[in-house]
Design a protein. Sequence first.
Lengths: 415, 301
Amino acid sequence: MSIRTRLLQAAAIAGLIPLAAPAFAGDITFWTWRQEDRAAYTELFNDFTKLNPDIHVKFESFAAENYNTIASTALAAGRGGDVLQARAYGGLEVFAKTGYYLPLDTTNVPELANLPAEALAAETLRADGRVYALPYASQTLGLFINKDVFAKAGLTPPETFDELLTVGKALKEKGITPIANGTATAWMDEVFAGIFTAPFLGPDFVADILAGRATFADPRYVAALGKLLELKDLMPQGYTGIDYPTGQQLFLSGRAAIFAGGSFEIANFRKQNPKINMDFVAPLAATKGGARYVAKFFDGGYAVNAKSPNQADALKLVRFMGTKAYGDKFAALLGNISPIKGVTLEDPLLSKVATLNAVSIPYIMAVYFRFDTPTGSELLSGGVQKMFAGNITPAQIGADVTAGISRYYEPFQKK
Amino acid sequence: MRSVSPLWLAFLLAPAALTMLVFVAWPLLGAFRYAFFDFNGLATAGFAGLHNFTDVLFEPPWSAWTFQALRHNIVVFAALMIVQNGLAYLIAFALLKALPGHRLHQVIVFLPVVLSAVIVGFLWKLLLHPLFGVVNALLAAIHIQGPPWLGDAETALPSIILANLWHWTGFPALIFLAAMQRIPAETLEAARLDGATDGVLLRRIIWPLVAPAATIIFTLTFIGSFNWFELPYVMAGLSGAPGGATDVLGLYFYRTAFGSVSSGLQDFGHGSALAVLMFAFLAAVSSVALRLLRRREVDIG
């Protein structure tokens, strides 16, 4: 044995030479930040392998808060999963602009035709108009109602904002916290604002913002934000110090009657308290009989790694993920609404959410103002948090948000 | 003395030098380079000149966030410097007296230091919880309605500083104690015979003699309070809740560069500019401070 071979052997044993076994042909990896969805995805991937016996999918997950950093580092080095869970809107663009994702169209993924245009828009890079991921879920923001708590208190859930104020008072007298949410977790403040303001704003306001006819300093927006302050008395004691997990627990344990949140909570709430008797309703009408708009957005999509050596197999998986069969099972296993056309939602609560989507407005900051920094989301959530802590007025939030967004949004620059 | 071949010296130094170069110098230079570029997504897109720097320093809303964070770092530094180090100095003196049970107390004082900041942050977050927290439960027992400590703009930062105090006081205390124990017993006895009280002893005799220890503690306190991250991250979140009342440079940099998952975007240009500014500020102030502190050691030593 030559010295050279021996050195090589020693180096290999010492682990200096990575002896990474080349992935077997037909093995692809799926990267996600949803560790908790492993069982569901394993089942979905087994279905895929039944149809494509020579392709096996490996599920690899990373902590949600580090996923962007890990995925971008791996992709920059020409590695990473073959199929990657991608975010939507601005979060998608960061990756798509850099060229990390393979552009999708009806030639490489004919199943894109199964998806509605607004879902595809969430996964489209605005600069080139191409789709970079196959959308997997839409989310709806509204109110969770603990039906047992209302029944026990002998009260009916409110339908208008003013009814909430009176019903809330009655609940409080019976020792029940009317609204479970606190304001300590910043991103939930955007959700909270998105829910209660939606019926006060309506689609006209959104259209005005997009056309540049109005800014967030508009009296309608400022008045809607001001409405939030009327809810102070209905929130838990010390609400500025109550974070998102505490709010969830207050609702799940029946100590609070209403939780303002998104349809993404449904599966998690059921898992944490299987006995909970809950309903999901649209945000409360501004006036009796007024429209109750839910705020809606798309969550993310499945993208193909542009540098994947297994692109053909990866595309096969994404095509499978765009079929009705996948959408049906995805909704059943993960409790989320798949945007694929004609999907059957077995879960009654989920199918109710889908009907609520008929009267919706976009979740405005996420859908339109999360593409550049400072994002509308960070400006709004920080502002709402400050407002609840008593430091600024709704008008100041409106002005701050408008000023921040006008750094990159031309229609606001003329104002 | 035998002469050593420079080649041999270089060979011996190489591993350490290489490690420093690859893992310290190169990333620093990388961040430095990024600070001068525009970003298109995650890739550089053309030279940006100084505008990342001018943005974070002079353009709202970034400038407001930068100076708010800096102001909070200064408050943290002042509080830790005076309260934490002052307390540590007094505790060290009490331990020096070797009263009965001092060994046990020494362990108790140092114990929190070994805990991870994440655990300490979580623990204090629970203690200060407005509904389930022990602190407000105790206050309620004497009929005081405690505030939501971490939710009020006025109490949030002091609460996190308090947690830091609980966590770290043992460390400077131990360093002061070690320094005090190195003072010759005769010196202290002579002062006592001359009628020095504890107060005089602390101010006139011990203080100058522990100057080298103070230098280390002051420098570490300075660096620690300007790189403050774990505790505010765990207790107030990435946005420095409520509404930036606990925002510090570390959180602000992280949030800008890596993006908070549910509301921000990765922005390496501005993030790197912040990192470079923080580095320059820390390096400049600590080198000047170190020189002054060393001179002080000589002057009063």
